[in-house]
Design a protein around this ligand. Structure first.
Ligand code: ZN
Length: 182
């Protein structure tokens, strides 16, 4: 494996590594904690590291589908202890409206992610985080629709698996959309 650093045209996008999505959280993903060392190891190789947060209001139609989680300002919504936040230059908040699922980081309401990336001539995104079959999937598909090159770090993602196989199906869908799995 090449441990060299990436150029200025490449950013790492860390999706929703928050307490509520990790073991003990309100919507825990099995293996949520296991990806953190991988993500921490990758972070210093990128000139730009961006992290998204699910950042919901207390009442949201989103909670008809899911147990309440990542309510803005709560401990459950904080980045997971152990995630090295020192390298994060931009935090994206998504799902902030009461009718807003906000699965994709491109739906962030505090920053126009696409515009932010284009301004900095960033054309390639390495994507990791939680969960493979929801927010990672939708972020990757959105990035591909917008013409970004995408690499998914397989050891840096974990799936909800509401139905067995959802994680693998999501990886297949990302690959079919032109993302590279690493
Ligand atoms: Zn959510």
């Amino acid at each position: 494996m090449n441990y060299g650093n990436f150029g200025l045209d490449t950013a790492l996008l860390v999706i929703d590594v928050q307490n509520d999505f990790c073991p003990g959280g309100a919507l825990a993903v099995a293996g949520g904690d296991d990806i953190i060392p991988t993500i921490n190891a990758w972070m210093p190789r990128f000139a730009t590291v961006i992290a998204s947060r699910d950042w919901h209001p207390a009442n949201s139609v989103h909670f008809k589908k899911w147990p309440p989680h990542c309510i803005a300002g709560t401990i459950g919504a904080q980045f997971r202890t152990g995630l090295n936040t020192r390298h994060i230059q931009l935090v994206l908040d998504k799902g902030t409206g009461d009718t807003d699922d906000g699965y994709s980081a491109f739906e962030a309401t505090n920053v126009d992610l696409e515009g932010w990336l284009r301004l900095r001539k960033i054309t390639t995104l390495y994507v990791c985080g939680l969960a493979t079959d929801y927010c990672v999937l939708q972020t990757v598909l959105d990035a591909r629709r917008r013409g970004f090159s995408v690499v998914v770090l397989r050891e840096g993602v974990a799936a909800v698996e509401a139905a067995p196989g959802d994680g693998q199906r999501a990886l297949d869908a990302m690959e079919a959309a032109g993302a590279r799995l690493l």
